[in-house]
Design a protein around this ligand. Sequence first.
Ligand SMILES: *Cc1c(COP(=O)(O)O)cnc(C)c1O
Length: 467
Amino acid sequence: MMYLSTRGRAGRRSFEEVLLAGLAEDGGLFLPERWPALDRDRLEALDGADYPATAAAVLAPFAEGCFEEDELLAMAREAYAGFAHPAVAPLRQLDPSLWLLELFFGPTLAFKDFALQLLARMFERVLVRRDETITILGATSGDTGSAAIAAVAGRRRMRVLILHPHERVSPVQRRQMTTVDAPNVANVAIRGTFDDCQNIVKVLFNDAAFRKEAKLAAVNSINWARIAAQAAYYVYAALRLGCLRRPVGFCVPTGNFGDVYAGHVARCMGLPVHRLLVATNRNDILARFFESGEYRAGEVVQTSSPSMDIQVASNFERLLFELVDGDGAAVAQLMNRFAQERGFAVSSRAHARARALFEAGTADDEQTRATIARWYERTGGAVLVDPHTAVGLAVAERLRGTSSHPLVVLATAHPAKFPEAVERATGRPPPPPVRLADLFARTERFTVLPADPAAVADFLRSWQATP
Ligand SMILES: *Cc1c(COP(=O)(O)O)cnc(C)c1O
């Protein structure tokens, strides 16, 4: 399988190159040249397969030329063995037609573990093969940083350095990063905002000499391998709900458009997906796009679902490429306009296409709180969802209408990860899962630095000099 850039000016690339590079050199995002077919026969063969086998089968055609399916299966078995539920991605029924797909049994209790646990193992294999080392550099306001650290800690040939805004991430999220005791993990708290952190990462990546010297790599949500890995749980869940016999839909709490786009990928491959609902919090750039055809960034507002507090949905560029019939020059032009004017509108034809593929809705903090409370009370405390999942649930309940087809809400994080928001809704803090039990007893390690790329570069150099 070979890959092209959404901006049409990078060469064809192999999976291995796409895995390591993340972004294409023309600034675009990688997409496979064609969709591998997941036809009825293959779906029937996968019906009843366990999670790692499903993941390996979905990934195999994308990773062709880099990993064989048995290698992928070995990596997937190892990656998902650490999940705290034997089904890895269990479905939970809420009412006759509404389901939760619980994606929070990984080491950091959010769905990002699904892709990153596998990605770290892919990186390691490729780096050993090439006799190379890398340092993963990223900025985080929430779940990606901890998932990357948990996946990379203790692995060979990789270091990971994560920047977070000093005193501006939740104590649970910070401690999930700073209490990991491994020599290949470092945390830096930047005296500034999340945007300052992201800006430092951008400056260091754009410095070609430094990037090469420090062997920098990224694992942000535009990495194609992350999307492909996430497509697997759509296949797994849809098959379990009988998608070969009846329509199954999904509703996905959305920020960067990565997770719900993975559902679209599964559908493009041939998985029968009846509906894909995009659920946003008040940072609703995507909901507004599906409504009006105009993609325009607003001000980022802080909500109770912080991992979705985003006004630029990076993976949207992949959908845009499809909406303009794969015209890379048109995508580049629109994205340049977005960079300059913070927005653009697509043609009415492209807008109609987008609306045929996705439906969208928004839930504000009050609706999110009320949704957590309503399910908690209705079920006598048995169903307790985190605020991100609650955004999805609120939108699913609103948009499902009178349909009796199964609709699956992706439960993207464990409620104990967001204890303040959950307590505001239910009146009591969520019980901590075993994984978090000693989190507040562990020692934290991080370095506080000013919001200055040079300071981070110096820190990184001296850290890399230590074994
Ligand atoms: C990252 C994240 C999201 C948003 O996922 P995208 O792929 O960015 O759309 C939703 N919920 C949680 C808990 C997350 O960590």
